[in-house]
Design a binder for this molecule. Structure first.
Ligand code: DON
Length: 305
């Protein structure tokens, strides 16, 4: 498969489309991003990568993509508590919605919506001796990139204006599903979301979920094959919130988006891919990023279906 040819073709088609969508501005720091950025990087399983075009080596705010890494870290430390406190069902609701939490007694539908990732944050800060530093160490280890770090300006910007997340965390606390102080949990959560990585770094990191040889090599403190399988299932069903069905239909890969405009997706045993285009659709997912991935799986004939 000549991935380079495919990515070049998609890039040239994508840049000729008229700009649609809007950069996230509810986190003021994210509104400063150049909406015309476009990065695309693919890491084939078994080597031969990265294959990339555009702004593939420029770092951006990975936002909710980090929820998958936090889930992986939580599962590596023991899965039972995770699945007692968070479900695995698609929510069919926006990522920051409160409605289900009230009638489902503070148990979030899944770990990739904001309430679920906030519970995962609570679990991690209870378990980790130095939560933010330990999260960073884990991300650096699986990415193989020692310079990945938080963007403090983005974290502060979200902390100032994260009214819905404050409400979500307090509601779950009232049901007993948050054990630490809401302030501590949200401080961890906004830092996790402020992680910055490039498409190249993300595609390489998510090879972890595409390549059994790679994750088996990482050692016993990491995930089992069965856990990787389940994380991929959660990404497929829940990675795009109330657009998960649309993404499965159009792209056909497990994946995760972030309001920084990034999307990462994995084709087990074939490749891991990351794309970045900051203009978002109404559901908070990158408009051109989704389009690029849809073209990728159609042109290569590679998806999970
Ligand atoms: O909590 C928030 O709203 C953001 N830190 C993350 C949201 C996000 O990335 C949703 N993804 N598409």
């Amino acid at each position: 498969m000549n991935y380079h040819h495919v990515l070049e073709r998609i890039h040239s088609e994508i840049v000729s489309l008229s700009p649609v969508g809007k950069v996230a501005d509810y986190i003021p720091e994210l509104a400063k991003i150049d909406p015309n950025k476009f990065g695309f990087s693919l890491s084939p399983v078994g080597g031969g990568g990265p294959v990339e075009v555009g702004d593939a080596t420029e770092r951006f705010s990975i936002q909710s993509i980090a929820k998958v890494l936090a889930l992986a870290l939580a599962l590596a430390g023991g899965a039972d508590e995770v699945w007692e406190r968070v479900g695995v069902e698609p929510s069919g609701n926006p990522f920051n919605s409160l409605v289900q939490l009230e009638y489902e007694a503070g148990i979030p539908r899944n770990p990739l919506i904001n309430p679920g990732a906030i519970v995962i944050s609570d679990i991690l800060i209870s378990r980790l001796p130095s939560p933010k530093r330990d999260l960073l160490a884990f991300v650096r280890k699986i990415s193989g990139c020692g310079t990945v770090t938080f963007n403090e300006a983005v974290a502060t910007s979200e902390a100032c204006c994260g009214y819905r997340n404050i409400a979500v965390a307090n509601l779950m606390k009232s049901f007993g599903n948050i054990r630490n102080s809401v302030a501590d949990v949200l401080d961890f959560y906004v830092h996790m979301c402020s992680l910055e990585m490039s498409c190249r770094e993300l595609a390489h990191t998510f090879l972890y979920f595409a390549d059994p040889i790679r994750y088996n090599r990482m050692g016993s403190d990491f995930l089992t094959d069965a856990q990787v399988k389940r994380i991929n299932a959660v990404m497929l069903m829940c990675g795009f919130y109330d657009e998960a069905g649309e993404f499965a239909y159009g792209v056909g890969l497990p994946g995760k988006s972030g309001v920084g405009g990034g999307i990462v997706a994995v084709c087990p045993n074939e490749f891991s891919v990351a794309v970045w285009s900051p203009r978002l659709n109404r559901k908070g997912n990158s408009y051109l990023g989704t389009e690029a991935l849809s073209r990728l799986t159609t042109l290569t004939g590679l998806s999970i279906f």
